[in-house]
Design a protein around this ligand. Structure first.
Ligand SMILES: [Zn+2]
Length: 376
């Protein structure tokens, strides 16, 4: 038997209109001069204004696949306004960028020093991180309770900075905030959340508590994602999707798998700046097929919970879901060429997530999976 390593300690405020607790939370954390990190769309649609926050500085230029340069710009705002904490409002990109900017407040650049695969986890000092409150407006990344920040570094690689101290001090999960998402973003971020539940469940790391959370999250996401798109203002579906995202985020401790290992290097591709969740949606069915015999018990568990006949139905069922959601079904449809993919198989293998895929991967496997996902 492997030894289980189980960790839970996260402060989550989860409710419709939970955002009302933000002023009290800031006071609890002794944050008097917060920096707000967000993206231009949330400013434009008035969501930020509705929160009634009174930040002393705003960094609102977060884009999908946040960059080290973006983290530096946010840091500049933080320093020039003498901030003492951060509130990140947005999707995984805003939360991850806020984590990276907070890290740089008292850690020497460059960020590559702190990348997990460069041995950086132990260079992150928890006593040198300013308070961070995460307010997700998508139901996807789980970064609000996750210990990782995925950032495209100055080196051009999209790598993970990982340390439990990067878990936000508080997560404010208010399903109402996710009603503003258009259908495409609901679908793409929802598929990210589902892929977290699948990959964390299938990771060979022994953690039965996390498995129970992941399978529960998967079931909720499976039943509510289509409905959240058909009924965007229905708070029950939005709530269930937010639980799915949290379940994915709370089980990251087991490690993800090939979907994320393949997705991260592609997310660094500057020319296309591809959405993480959309990429995962494309990879998921191919990776399920690849892993099918490597974790039969988990596959059976998923098939049972999703009402499928058996594990062999899983890849097709997820491919159908992606099609129903109106997401692209191949990398080719997103403009990715064979030339783009050629250098990435090695990066996928080196990604921290390939270590916890249930079936050991080779560079040839990564190249073959990329090719299958490209042609669809
Ligand atoms: Zn993800």
């Amino acid at each position: 038997m492997m030894q289980a390593n189980i960790k839970y300690l996260t402060n989550v405020h989860f409710d419709v209109d939970a955002a009302a607790v933000l002023p009290a939370l800031l006071a609890d954390l002794n944050v008097a001069r917060p920096l707000l990190v967000t993206d231009p769309t949330l400013i434009e649609i008035g969501l930020i204004e509705r929160l009634g926050l009174k930040p002393v500085a705003i960094y609102d230029q977060v884009r999908t696949n946040p960059t080290e340069a973006g983290a530096r710009e946010a840091l500049e705002q933080y320093r020039s306004h003498d901030c003492d904490g951060t509130v990140a409002v947005g999707g995984g990109s805003s939360i991850d960028l806020a984590k990276a900017a907070g890290l740089l407040v008292e850690h020497e650049p460059p960020l590559s020093n702190y990348a997990l695969i460069h041995g950086g986890a132990e260079r992150i000092r928890g006593d040198r991180l300013p308070p961070l409150i995460a307010v997700p407006t998508t139901a996807g990344s789980g970064s609000e309770v996750g210990r990782a920040a995925l950032v495209t570094l100055d080196t051009g690689r999209k790598l993970a900075l990982i340390n439990p101290k990067l878990i936000p001090d508080a997560a404010v999960c208010d399903p109402r905030l996710t009603c503003s998402m258009p259908a495409g973003l609901t679908a793409a971020t929802g598929m990210d959340a589902l892929s977290h539940c699948v990959e964390n469940l299938c990771s060979p790391d022994d953690n039965p508590i996390a498995d129970a959370i992941a399978i529960d999250g998967l079931e909720r996401g499976w039943h509510h994602l289509r409905r959240a798109i058909d009924h965007p203002n229905d708070l029950e579906h939005r709530r269930e999707m937010m639980v799915c995202a949290l379940a994915g985020g709370m089980t990251f401790q087991k490690g993800l798998g090939a979907v994320h290992a393949l997705s991260h290097p592609l997310g660094a591709l500057e020319r296309l700046n591809l959405h993480h969740g959309t990429l995962n949606a494309i990879f998921l069915s191919h990776v399920l097929e690849f892993n099918l015999d490597a974790c039969q018990e988990k596959m059976q568990m998923m098939a049972d919970r999703l009402g499928l006949t058996g594990p062999a139905d899983l890849p097709g069922a997820f491919a159908d879901l992606v099609r129903d959601l109106g997401l692209p079904t191949s990398l080719g449809a997103m403009g990715v060429t064979a030339d783009d993919l050629r250098p990435l198989a090695e990066h996928a293998l080196a990604d921290h997530c390939s270590q916890s895929n249930p079936r050991p991967m080779t560079v040839e496997d990564c190249a073959a999976l990329y090719e299958r996902a490209r042609s669809g």
